[in-house]
Design a protein around this ligand. Structure first.
Ligand code: SAH
Length: 382
Protein backbone atom coordinates (compact mmCIF):
# COMPACT_ATOMS: atom_id res chain seq x y z
CA UNK A 1 0.00 0.00 0.00
CA UNK A 2 1.29 3.47 -0.77
CA UNK A 3 0.10 6.78 0.49
CA UNK A 4 0.83 10.07 -1.16
CA UNK A 5 3.11 12.04 1.13
CA UNK A 6 2.34 15.64 1.93
CA UNK A 7 3.75 18.10 -0.62
CA UNK A 8 7.20 19.49 0.17
CA UNK A 9 6.87 22.31 2.62
CA UNK A 10 9.19 25.23 3.08
CA UNK A 11 9.66 27.40 6.08
CA UNK A 12 9.79 31.12 5.78
CA UNK A 13 9.59 31.85 9.48
CA UNK A 14 12.03 34.65 10.33
CA UNK A 15 15.19 33.44 12.09
CA UNK A 16 14.27 35.18 15.35
CA UNK A 17 11.07 33.07 15.74
CA UNK A 18 12.63 30.01 14.17
CA UNK A 19 15.08 29.50 17.04
CA UNK A 20 18.88 29.50 17.11
CA UNK A 21 19.23 26.19 15.27
CA UNK A 22 17.77 27.44 11.99
CA UNK A 23 20.75 29.69 11.28
CA UNK A 24 23.21 26.99 12.23
CA UNK A 25 21.47 24.44 9.98
CA UNK A 26 21.29 26.91 7.09
CA UNK A 27 25.03 27.61 7.37
CA UNK A 28 25.84 23.92 7.52
CA UNK A 29 23.76 23.17 4.41
CA UNK A 30 25.39 26.06 2.50
CA UNK A 31 28.82 24.72 3.46
CA UNK A 32 28.36 20.99 2.89
CA UNK A 33 25.08 20.45 0.98
CA UNK A 34 21.58 19.22 1.89
CA UNK A 35 21.07 17.29 5.12
CA UNK A 36 19.36 13.93 5.28
CA UNK A 37 16.24 13.87 7.48
CA UNK A 38 18.12 11.83 10.16
CA UNK A 39 20.89 14.47 10.20
CA UNK A 40 18.29 17.21 10.50
CA UNK A 41 16.41 15.34 13.29
CA UNK A 42 19.64 14.65 15.18
CA UNK A 43 20.50 18.35 15.18
CA UNK A 44 16.97 19.44 16.02
CA UNK A 45 16.50 16.93 18.85
CA UNK A 46 19.99 16.30 20.24
CA UNK A 47 22.19 19.35 19.49
CA UNK A 48 24.14 19.68 22.79
CA UNK A 49 23.02 23.25 23.41
CA UNK A 50 19.85 23.86 21.41
CA UNK A 51 18.45 20.34 20.75
CA UNK A 52 14.80 19.86 21.72
CA UNK A 53 15.49 16.87 23.99
CA UNK A 54 18.46 18.63 25.60
CA UNK A 55 16.59 21.69 26.75
CA UNK A 56 12.81 21.48 26.57
CA UNK A 57 10.49 20.34 29.32
CA UNK A 58 8.23 18.90 26.71
CA UNK A 59 5.81 16.51 28.35
CA UNK A 60 2.57 17.23 30.19
CA UNK A 61 -0.28 19.70 30.02
CA UNK A 62 2.09 22.69 30.20
CA UNK A 63 4.54 21.18 27.70
CA UNK A 64 4.18 20.27 24.03
CA UNK A 65 2.50 16.86 24.23
CA UNK A 66 0.87 14.45 26.69
CA UNK A 67 1.80 10.76 26.92
CA UNK A 68 -0.17 7.73 28.17
CA UNK A 69 1.35 7.60 31.69
CA UNK A 70 0.51 11.29 32.12
CA UNK A 71 -3.12 10.54 31.17
CA UNK A 72 -3.80 7.74 33.65
CA UNK A 73 -1.97 5.90 36.42
CA UNK A 74 -3.57 2.69 35.11
CA UNK A 75 -1.11 2.65 32.20
CA UNK A 76 2.03 2.49 34.38
CA UNK A 77 0.41 0.15 36.89
CA UNK A 78 -0.48 -2.45 34.26
CA UNK A 79 2.99 -2.22 32.72
CA UNK A 80 4.43 -2.74 36.21
CA UNK A 81 2.42 -5.94 36.60
CA UNK A 82 3.53 -7.06 33.13
CA UNK A 83 7.17 -6.58 34.22
CA UNK A 84 6.55 -8.60 37.40
CA UNK A 85 5.09 -11.42 35.28
CA UNK A 86 8.22 -11.37 33.08
CA UNK A 87 10.41 -11.48 36.21
CA UNK A 88 8.46 -14.54 37.39
CA UNK A 89 8.88 -16.08 33.92
CA UNK A 90 12.64 -15.50 34.25
CA UNK A 91 12.62 -17.54 37.48
CA UNK A 92 12.39 -14.67 39.98
CA UNK A 93 16.12 -13.82 39.83
CA UNK A 94 17.55 -12.18 42.99
CA UNK A 95 18.90 -9.31 40.85
CA UNK A 96 17.21 -7.93 37.74
CA UNK A 97 18.24 -4.87 35.72
CA UNK A 98 15.16 -2.78 34.99
CA UNK A 99 15.96 -0.33 32.20
CA UNK A 100 13.67 2.44 31.00
CA UNK A 101 14.43 4.24 27.74
CA UNK A 102 13.31 7.88 27.58
CA UNK A 103 11.53 7.87 30.97
CA UNK A 104 10.05 11.36 30.57
CA UNK A 105 8.92 12.75 33.93
CA UNK A 106 9.37 9.37 35.65
CA UNK A 107 5.60 8.93 36.01
CA UNK A 108 5.42 5.59 34.19
CA UNK A 109 8.15 3.99 36.29
CA UNK A 110 6.78 5.40 39.56
CA UNK A 111 3.31 3.95 38.80
CA UNK A 112 4.84 0.66 37.60
CA UNK A 113 7.00 0.16 40.69
CA UNK A 114 4.19 1.12 43.08
CA UNK A 115 2.01 -1.59 41.51
CA UNK A 116 4.92 -4.05 41.34
CA UNK A 117 5.65 -3.60 45.05
CA UNK A 118 2.71 -5.94 45.72
CA UNK A 119 4.93 -8.82 44.56
CA UNK A 120 7.23 -9.99 47.36
CA UNK A 121 10.88 -10.00 46.33
CA UNK A 122 10.54 -7.93 43.16
CA UNK A 123 11.55 -4.45 44.37
CA UNK A 124 14.59 -5.65 46.36
CA UNK A 125 15.80 -7.41 43.20
CA UNK A 126 15.58 -4.32 40.98
CA UNK A 127 18.65 -2.44 39.73
CA UNK A 128 16.95 0.57 38.13
CA UNK A 129 18.66 2.15 35.12
CA UNK A 130 17.31 5.17 33.26
CA UNK A 131 18.46 5.98 29.73
CA UNK A 132 17.86 9.72 29.36
CA UNK A 133 19.59 12.56 27.51
CA UNK A 134 17.60 15.47 28.95
CA UNK A 135 19.06 16.92 32.19
CA UNK A 136 15.78 18.62 33.17
CA UNK A 137 13.89 15.35 32.83
CA UNK A 138 16.68 13.48 34.67
CA UNK A 139 16.12 15.81 37.63
CA UNK A 140 12.36 15.17 37.58
CA UNK A 141 12.96 11.41 37.37
CA UNK A 142 15.35 11.65 40.33
CA UNK A 143 12.63 13.39 42.32
CA UNK A 144 9.86 10.92 41.46
CA UNK A 145 11.97 7.78 41.78
CA UNK A 146 14.28 8.60 44.70
CA UNK A 147 12.85 5.69 46.72
CA UNK A 148 14.14 3.21 44.12
CA UNK A 149 17.74 4.44 43.88
CA UNK A 150 18.00 4.77 40.08
CA UNK A 151 21.14 5.47 38.05
CA UNK A 152 21.38 7.17 34.67
CA UNK A 153 23.18 6.38 31.43
CA UNK A 154 23.01 8.10 28.02
CA UNK A 155 22.62 4.99 25.84
CA UNK A 156 21.64 1.33 26.02
CA UNK A 157 25.16 0.36 24.92
CA UNK A 158 26.55 1.86 28.16
CA UNK A 159 24.81 -0.82 30.29
CA UNK A 160 26.77 -3.94 31.27
CA UNK A 161 24.70 -7.14 31.09
CA UNK A 162 25.14 -8.16 34.72
CA UNK A 163 21.74 -9.70 35.46
CA UNK A 164 18.57 -10.81 33.69
CA UNK A 165 17.22 -7.61 32.17
CA UNK A 166 13.82 -6.03 31.57
CA UNK A 167 13.62 -3.04 29.23
CA UNK A 168 10.71 -0.62 28.86
CA UNK A 169 10.18 2.23 26.39
CA UNK A 170 6.99 4.22 25.93
CA UNK A 171 7.12 6.74 23.08
CA UNK A 172 10.89 6.26 22.90
CA UNK A 173 11.41 4.65 19.48
CA UNK A 174 9.45 7.42 17.74
CA UNK A 175 12.18 9.95 18.50
CA UNK A 176 14.89 7.94 16.69
CA UNK A 177 15.96 9.76 13.51
CA UNK A 178 14.24 8.46 10.37
CA UNK A 179 15.38 8.45 6.75
CA UNK A 180 12.71 8.94 4.08
CA UNK A 181 12.77 7.60 0.53
CA UNK A 182 10.67 7.68 -2.64
CA UNK A 183 11.03 5.77 -5.91
CA UNK A 184 11.46 8.03 -8.92
CA UNK A 185 11.98 6.46 -12.37
CA UNK A 186 12.82 3.07 -10.92
CA UNK A 187 15.35 4.18 -8.29
CA UNK A 188 15.18 5.13 -4.62
CA UNK A 189 15.80 8.83 -3.93
CA UNK A 190 16.12 10.27 -0.43
CA UNK A 191 14.18 13.20 1.01
CA UNK A 192 16.69 15.88 2.02
CA UNK A 193 16.58 19.27 3.72
CA UNK A 194 17.93 22.10 1.54
CA UNK A 195 18.00 25.90 1.60
CA UNK A 196 15.84 27.66 -1.01
CA UNK A 197 16.81 30.82 -2.86
CA UNK A 198 14.81 32.82 -0.32
CA UNK A 199 16.88 31.32 2.51
CA UNK A 200 14.03 29.13 3.81
CA UNK A 201 14.55 25.45 4.66
CA UNK A 202 12.63 23.12 2.37
CA UNK A 203 12.49 19.45 1.35
CA UNK A 204 14.02 18.17 -1.91
CA UNK A 205 14.63 14.69 -3.32
CA UNK A 206 18.25 13.74 -3.96
CA UNK A 207 20.68 10.84 -4.21
CA UNK A 208 20.44 8.61 -1.10
CA UNK A 209 22.85 9.66 1.66
CA UNK A 210 21.73 7.42 4.53
CA UNK A 211 23.38 4.02 3.97
CA UNK A 212 20.32 1.77 4.31
CA UNK A 213 19.50 0.99 0.68
CA UNK A 214 20.07 -2.79 1.12
CA UNK A 215 17.35 -2.74 3.82
CA UNK A 216 14.71 -1.15 1.57
CA UNK A 217 12.19 -3.10 -0.53
CA UNK A 218 12.89 -3.37 -4.28
CA UNK A 219 12.14 0.00 -5.91
CA UNK A 220 8.72 0.05 -7.54
CA UNK A 221 7.44 3.30 -9.03
CA UNK A 222 5.20 5.29 -6.70
CA UNK A 223 6.57 3.65 -3.54
CA UNK A 224 7.40 5.69 -0.44
CA UNK A 225 9.06 4.38 2.68
CA UNK A 226 11.01 5.40 5.74
CA UNK A 227 13.50 3.63 7.99
CA UNK A 228 15.33 4.50 11.19
CA UNK A 229 19.01 4.01 10.31
CA UNK A 230 19.97 3.39 13.96
CA UNK A 231 17.31 0.69 14.49
CA UNK A 232 19.47 -2.26 13.43
CA UNK A 233 22.30 -1.15 15.76
CA UNK A 234 19.76 -0.52 18.51
CA UNK A 235 18.55 -4.12 18.35
CA UNK A 236 22.15 -5.40 18.33
CA UNK A 237 22.70 -3.42 21.57
CA UNK A 238 19.44 -4.75 23.00
CA UNK A 239 20.36 -8.32 22.09
CA UNK A 240 23.79 -7.89 23.74
CA UNK A 241 21.96 -6.86 26.90
CA UNK A 242 19.24 -9.53 26.90
CA UNK A 243 21.10 -12.61 25.72
CA UNK A 244 23.78 -13.18 28.39
CA UNK A 245 21.32 -13.66 31.30
CA UNK A 246 17.91 -13.64 29.59
CA UNK A 247 15.29 -10.93 29.57
CA UNK A 248 12.57 -9.09 27.72
CA UNK A 249 11.77 -5.67 26.29
CA UNK A 250 8.44 -3.92 25.84
CA UNK A 251 7.90 -0.92 23.57
CA UNK A 252 4.71 1.02 23.05
CA UNK A 253 4.50 3.60 20.30
CA UNK A 254 2.50 5.34 17.62
CA UNK A 255 3.08 2.92 14.76
CA UNK A 256 2.81 2.32 11.04
CA UNK A 257 0.04 -0.19 10.37
CA UNK A 258 2.07 -2.96 8.88
CA UNK A 259 5.26 -1.81 7.24
CA UNK A 260 6.37 1.78 6.63
CA UNK A 261 4.63 2.68 3.38
CA UNK A 262 4.39 6.45 3.80
CA UNK A 263 6.28 9.42 5.18
CA UNK A 264 5.25 10.31 8.70
CA UNK A 265 7.63 12.99 10.02
CA UNK A 266 5.67 15.39 12.18
CA UNK A 267 6.39 18.23 14.56
CA UNK A 268 4.35 19.16 17.62
CA UNK A 269 4.69 22.34 19.64
CA UNK A 270 2.34 23.36 22.44
CA UNK A 271 -0.11 20.58 21.50
CA UNK A 272 -0.36 21.79 17.86
CA UNK A 273 1.08 20.23 14.73
CA UNK A 274 3.60 22.59 13.15
CA UNK A 275 5.86 22.59 10.07
CA UNK A 276 8.77 20.19 10.91
CA UNK A 277 11.29 22.59 9.36
CA UNK A 278 9.97 25.81 10.87
CA UNK A 279 11.35 25.75 14.41
CA UNK A 280 14.08 23.10 14.82
CA UNK A 281 14.93 22.64 18.49
CA UNK A 282 11.66 24.21 19.64
CA UNK A 283 9.22 21.52 18.47
CA UNK A 284 9.12 17.77 19.11
CA UNK A 285 9.88 15.76 15.97
CA UNK A 286 8.66 12.18 15.64
CA UNK A 287 7.84 9.57 13.04
CA UNK A 288 5.63 6.51 13.26
CA UNK A 289 7.49 3.40 14.36
CA UNK A 290 7.89 0.56 11.87
CA UNK A 291 7.42 -2.45 14.16
CA UNK A 292 7.64 -4.74 11.14
CA UNK A 293 11.26 -3.62 10.65
CA UNK A 294 11.81 -3.89 14.41
CA UNK A 295 10.58 -7.52 14.34
CA UNK A 296 12.87 -8.40 11.43
CA UNK A 297 15.92 -6.82 13.06
CA UNK A 298 15.18 -8.32 16.50
CA UNK A 299 14.67 -11.82 15.07
CA UNK A 300 17.88 -11.33 13.08
CA UNK A 301 19.83 -10.93 16.32
CA UNK A 302 18.26 -14.01 17.91
CA UNK A 303 15.37 -12.56 19.92
CA UNK A 304 11.85 -14.06 20.02
CA UNK A 305 9.16 -11.68 18.78
CA UNK A 306 5.39 -12.28 18.79
CA UNK A 307 3.06 -10.17 16.64
CA UNK A 308 2.48 -6.65 18.02
CA UNK A 309 -0.96 -5.81 19.42
CA UNK A 310 -2.91 -2.57 19.66
CA UNK A 311 -2.54 -0.59 22.88
CA UNK A 312 -6.29 -1.11 23.31
CA UNK A 313 -6.10 -4.91 23.23
CA UNK A 314 -2.93 -4.96 25.31
CA UNK A 315 -4.27 -2.82 28.14
CA UNK A 316 -7.71 -4.44 28.17
CA UNK A 317 -6.25 -7.97 28.31
CA UNK A 318 -3.99 -6.86 31.18
CA UNK A 319 -7.06 -5.66 33.11
CA UNK A 320 -7.45 -1.92 32.40
CA UNK A 321 -11.21 -2.05 32.84
CA UNK A 322 -11.05 -3.96 36.13
CA UNK A 323 -8.47 -1.50 37.47
CA UNK A 324 -10.69 1.42 36.41
CA UNK A 325 -13.62 -0.10 38.34
CA UNK A 326 -11.54 -0.39 41.51
CA UNK A 327 -10.38 3.24 41.23
CA UNK A 328 -13.87 4.51 40.43
CA UNK A 329 -15.35 2.67 43.39
CA UNK A 330 -12.73 4.17 45.71
CA UNK A 331 -13.38 7.71 44.43
CA UNK A 332 -16.92 7.87 42.93
CA UNK A 333 -16.70 11.64 42.38
CA UNK A 334 -13.73 11.11 40.05
CA UNK A 335 -15.40 8.31 38.08
CA UNK A 336 -16.33 10.42 35.00
CA UNK A 337 -12.80 11.79 34.73
CA UNK A 338 -11.28 8.33 35.26
CA UNK A 339 -13.50 6.91 32.55
CA UNK A 340 -12.50 9.67 30.17
CA UNK A 341 -8.80 8.93 30.81
CA UNK A 342 -9.35 5.23 30.15
CA UNK A 343 -11.16 6.12 26.93
CA UNK A 344 -8.17 8.20 25.78
CA UNK A 345 -5.88 5.20 26.31
CA UNK A 346 -8.03 2.47 24.75
CA UNK A 347 -10.63 4.28 22.60
CA UNK A 348 -10.36 3.36 18.94
CA UNK A 349 -10.47 7.00 17.85
CA UNK A 350 -7.94 8.01 20.51
CA UNK A 351 -4.70 6.13 21.27
CA UNK A 352 -6.20 2.64 21.30
CA UNK A 353 -5.60 1.54 17.73
CA UNK A 354 -2.79 3.74 16.43
CA UNK A 355 -0.50 2.88 19.35
CA UNK A 356 0.92 -0.64 19.35
CA UNK A 357 2.59 -2.74 22.01
CA UNK A 358 5.60 -4.73 20.78
CA UNK A 359 7.79 -7.12 22.75
CA UNK A 360 10.83 -9.33 22.33
CA UNK A 361 12.59 -11.75 24.65
CA UNK A 362 15.39 -14.26 25.19
CA UNK A 363 15.70 -17.23 25.57
CA UNK A 364 13.14 -18.86 23.31
CA UNK A 365 12.03 -21.13 26.17
CA UNK A 366 10.62 -18.20 28.17
CA UNK A 367 6.82 -18.51 28.56
CA UNK A 368 4.83 -16.37 26.07
CA UNK A 369 4.39 -12.79 27.25
CA UNK A 370 1.09 -11.66 28.79
CA UNK A 371 -1.15 -9.59 26.54
CA UNK A 372 0.17 -10.83 23.18
CA UNK A 373 -1.83 -13.25 21.01
CA UNK A 374 0.66 -16.12 21.25
CA UNK A 375 0.36 -15.85 25.03
CA UNK A 376 -3.39 -16.40 24.85
CA UNK A 377 -2.85 -19.69 23.09
CA UNK A 378 0.32 -20.58 24.98
CA UNK A 379 0.63 -23.26 27.66
CA UNK A 380 1.82 -20.84 30.37
CA UNK A 381 -1.24 -18.61 30.28
CA UNK A 382 -3.29 -18.90 33.45
N1 SAH B 1 8.35 7.62 28.18
C1 SAH B 1 7.92 8.94 28.57
C2 SAH B 1 8.46 10.05 27.70
C3 SAH B 1 8.36 9.94 26.21
S1 SAH B 1 9.06 11.34 25.38
C4 SAH B 1 6.43 8.99 28.69
O1 SAH B 1 5.77 8.05 28.25
O2 SAH B 1 5.90 9.97 29.23
C5 SAH B 1 10.63 10.79 24.87
C6 SAH B 1 11.64 10.63 25.98
O3 SAH B 1 12.86 10.15 25.38
C7 SAH B 1 12.03 11.87 26.75
O4 SAH B 1 12.26 11.49 28.07
C8 SAH B 1 13.32 12.29 26.06
O5 SAH B 1 14.10 13.17 26.81
C9 SAH B 1 13.96 10.95 25.80
N2 SAH B 1 14.96 10.89 24.73
C10 SAH B 1 14.88 11.46 23.52
N3 SAH B 1 15.93 11.09 22.76
C11 SAH B 1 16.67 10.23 23.51
C12 SAH B 1 17.87 9.49 23.29
N4 SAH B 1 18.50 9.55 22.13
N5 SAH B 1 18.33 8.71 24.28
C13 SAH B 1 17.66 8.63 25.45
N6 SAH B 1 16.52 9.30 25.73
C14 SAH B 1 16.04 10.11 24.78
Amino acid sequence: MTETPPPPTGSDTPASDAGPLTDLIRRQIRATGPLSVPEFMTLALQHPEHGYYRRQQAIGAAGDFVTAPEISQVFGELLGLWLVQRWIDLGQPGRVSLVELGPGRGTLMADALRAASAMPGFLPAVDLVMVETNPTLQALQAEHLAAYNPRWVEALSAIEPEHPTLVLGNEFLDVLPTAQFAVVQGAWLERLVAVGEDGALGFVLGQPQTPVLPLLPPPADGLFTELMPSLLGFFKDLSALLRPHGGAALFIDYAHDDRAAAWSLQAVREHEKVDPLATPGLADLTTLVDFDAASRFARGVGLSVPKPVSQRDFLLVLGAWQRFEVLAEAAPDDAPELLQSLQRLVGKSHMGERFKAWTCSFPETLPPPAGFPTAEAGPAED
